[in-house]
Design a binder for this molecule. Structure first.
Ligand code: ADP
Ligand code: MG
Length: 728
């Protein structure tokens, strides 16, 4: 049989451009056409039902059964008008993917006929047979009952002729089994405490919401090459592969011209995203070859998270149509930049103010500084909680690999804002006060211009202020954005709650409001200094400096997850009623188990590939060398033979050395795996996989990658880096 790699290459090289038949209309004509958005609601609901639904969305009112039936009927008619035949509750279980179980609208009626039916009860709540979703022991299988419940704030949508209803997923006993439930709770905590603080400045504020704009990085690889790499197909990353002679050194891919096959893919992806109401806006090549980025306009966080989950699904689906495979893994290729998902986050009021946007007046700057300093203080207090919420086996390859922010959490705010905070810190009471209330002169005349300076940026910081929002850059590309957002919202909620309390305490001592706020933020500036870092986060100097400052540098998932069980973490989430201790423990266990399974699978795939793909080929090639040397010996005189067979002999020896090393190490890794598998305690098991199994993968890889350089290219069975990274 011909070498599978060459067969795949042949397919790849013969690809033709797909002729696209996308509509030529303006995007605005079809934007959101597959969502039950306000205009669809207006068209398909009675006035009463429409108004009630708006109140539910805007004021979190509850819905009566009668109205629910009306809404369900309207939704059904709308969905059927778009060709839908089924409906499903769509949710985010802790597997990281999204889940759906489709039910048909039809029910049989007398006379061998059927009618389409969809009741309020089916819209509001369902009981999927959910016993095989991870629950971390919360939901024992004998009471395998979990409920999904409608989230009316996120529009229902149609995919594959199915009406998808965004829902939360909770156990029979009410515990969250998903990401959306705690996300919604964290958003409501943030609303509560941020509104209280915002009202110190403006009594008209009644609601504060968090905004999220994600930037999704990903790789594309030709489907045929992907299928010829069992490691990519089974684990999402290449466990072997020598670096290509050229990859990203010349930085010629970043923002380069997009290849037409890729552009066709992007165009169709954007078309489908727009029909689903996802406001995707930017697309460009990323740093690594065949790496790209997609970003929407920001939205309210719950919606934005749903849209990110949806787009990851669309990306994979549409890629297959274009004979590509999307790689969402954080590190598909060694030695080449990995992929992240920057989470741009801000907070805004119902009065239309972005609280992280410095205003033009002293009062608005004061408000801006208050929120800014609270965020610094919040991250300083709970940086480890943020770290825990970006931990995953995939992200371990990225954090700290001199391409992505390190595992050390710090905050970048820019030199001018830093200078402003330093100045405030130094200010004495004298010379600062101004008699009339909020027209307090805190000597910060420069802020507005400064912050609009877009060049004052640091792309190495895990958490960077970028003018009117924070960019959380350490999130992994395959992560559900909800997880880091839950953590961030919780941290800032708690901090704002403490802040309000600190201010109230001073007010009771008869301080004026502005003076009280000023004193508290001044103290926070000093207390949170440790977390601020403006330099190069990729550098070794920073490792040393961070260590001196006592900042944690947790480079792998198991210890990062352990933070979820800290007394302070549990208190944080319990006090804000976002997650109970039981729910946190469940999350801890699910993620640990997930980590262990991922390493276990990678390690097995590696062992199999090494033994069945690599070693036999290496030996086959070695045999041809041996034949050749034997032949030379026959035809040459012994002196010439010794002289001319030197390199061949050396290669023969080296191949054997690598093969021996690989065999020994694969066997030793198997032993470690067996030992780890026998451990009942999840925490100890994950730690064993991390400490004893994982390191073998690097050392086995070293030898296989060396063999790749020695063995005849015609024999090598796995598509090479240069082939996967440069073909389109
Ligand atoms: P980059 O980091 O690549 O330079 P930008 O600075 O253009 O990109 O950031 C773009 C992202 O920031 C977009 O996803 C955008 O929606 C998001 N963004 C902009 N303003 C806000 C905001 N107020 N809240 C949340 N996200 C925002
Ligand atoms: Mg960015």
């Amino acid at each position: 049989m011909a070498n599978i790699r060459f067969k795949a290459l042949e397919v790849t090289l013969s690809r033709k451009r797909k002729i696209l038949d996308l509509p030529k209309e303006k995007v605005s004509t079809y934007f959101g056409e597959l969502t039950f958005n306000r205009s669809a609601m207006q068209e398909f609901l009675t006035r009463e039902a429409y108004q009630k639904l708006i109140d539910v969305i805007e004021k979190s009112e509850t819905i009566e059964r009668k109205i629910a039936d009306q809404i369900a009927a309207g939704m059904k008619s709308w969905a059927m008008s778009k060709g839908a035949t089924h409906y499903t509750h769509w949710f985010h279980p802790l597997t990281g993917a999204t889940a759906e179980k489709h039910d048909a609208f039809i029910i049989p009626v007398e006379g061998g006929q059927a009618i389409e039916n969809f009741q309020g009860g089916e819209l509001i709540q369902q009981e999927p047979d959910a016993s095989s979703f991870p629950s971390g022991g919360i939901r024992n299988t004998f009471e395998a009952r979990g409920y999904t419940a409608w989230d009316p704030t996120s529009y229902a949508f149609i995919m594959e002729r199915t009406l998808c209803i965004p829902t939360i997923f909770v156990s029979y006993t009410g515990e969250a089994l998903d990401y959306k439930t705690p996300l919604l709770k964290s958003l409501s905590a943030l609303d509560k405490y941020a509104t209280e603080v915002a009202r110190l400045f403006d009594k008209n504020v009644n609601k504060v919401y968090a905004t999220l704009g994600w930037e999704q990085e990903y790789f594309l690889v030709d489907a045929a090459l992907y299928k010829a790499r069992p490691d990519l197909s089974l684990t999402g990353r290449t466990v072997f592969g020598h670096a290509s002679a050229k990859d990203q050194q010349l930085s010629d891919h970043y923002f380069g011209t997009i290849h037409e096959r890729v552009l066709d893919y992007m165009a169709e992806l954007e078309y489908e995203a727009h029909r689903l109401g996802i406001p995707v806006k930017t697309r460009h090549n990323e740093v690594a070859p065949n790496q790209f980025e997609l970003a929407p306009v920001f939205e309210e966080t719950n919606i934005s998270v749903d849209h990110n989950q949806l787009i990851m699904h669309l990306m994979e689906k549409i890629a297959r149509k274009h004979d590509f495979q999307v790689l969402l893994h954080e590190k598909p290729y060694k030695g080449v930049n990995g992929s992240g998902k920057h989470n741009n986050w801000s907070i805004a009021t119902d009065t239309g103010i972005n609280l992280l946007s410095p205003g033009k007046t002293t009062a608005s700057n004061f408000r801006f500084l208050t929120f800014m300093v609270n965020i610094l203080k919040g991250v300083e207090r709970y940086s480890d909680v943020l770290r825990a919420h970006i931990a995953s086996a995939g992200n371990d390859h990225r954090l700290g690999a001199h391409e992505a922010p390190p595992a050390i959490i710090s905050v970048f705010i820019g030199s001018q804002l830093s200078a402003t905070l330093d100045e405030i810190e130094k200010q004495t009471k004298k010379g600062r006060m101004n008699a009339n209330g909020f027209n307090l002169n805190i000597n910060i005349p420069k802020i507005p211009e400064i912050l609009l300076d877009n060049t004052d940026r640091n792309r190495t910081s895990p958490f960077a202020f970028t003018g009117n929002k924070f960019e959380f850059r350490a999130v992994g590309s395959s992560a559900n954005c909800a997880n880091p957002m839950i953590a961030l919202n919780a941290i800032i909620s708690d901090q704002l709650k403490v802040f309000k309390h600190d201010v109230d305490t001073l007010l009771q001592k008869n301080l004026r409001k502005d003076e009280a706020i000023f004193q508290v933020i001044k103290r926070y500036i000093t207390e949170s200094k440790n977390i601020r870092f403006e330099g190069n986060n990729y550098g070794d100097d920073w490792m040393a400096e961070a260590k001196k400052r006592g900042l944690a540098n947790i480079t792998s998932t198991p210890p990062a997850l352990k933070i979820l069980l800290k007394k302070e973490t549990i208190k944080l989430f319990e006090d804000l009623e976002i997650l109970s201790e039981r729910e946190l423990r469940a999350r801890y266990e699910i993620q640990l188990e997930n980590y262990t399974k991922k390493i276990q699978i990678e390690s097995r795939v590696m062992g199999d590939l090494a033994k069945n793909h690599i070693i036999p080929i290496a030996i086959r090639y070695q045999n041809t060398l041996i034949e050749n040397v034997k032949g030379l010996k026959d035809v040459l005189d012994s002196k010439t033979f010794v002289k001319l067979s030197r390199n061949q002999m050396q290669t023969i020896k080296e191949i054997s050395e690598h093969v021996e090393e690989i065999k020994d190490k694969v066997a030793a890794m198997l032993e470690e795996r067996k030992k780890a598998n026998a451990i009942a305690d999840l925490e100890k098991q994950a730690a064993d996989y991390n400490q004893y199994v994982f390191p073998y993968m690097e050392s086995i890889r070293y030898h296989v990658d060396k063999l790749e350089l020695m063995v005849d290219d015609e024999l090598w069975p796995l598509p090479k880096y240069r082939e996967m990274l440069f073909n389109k």
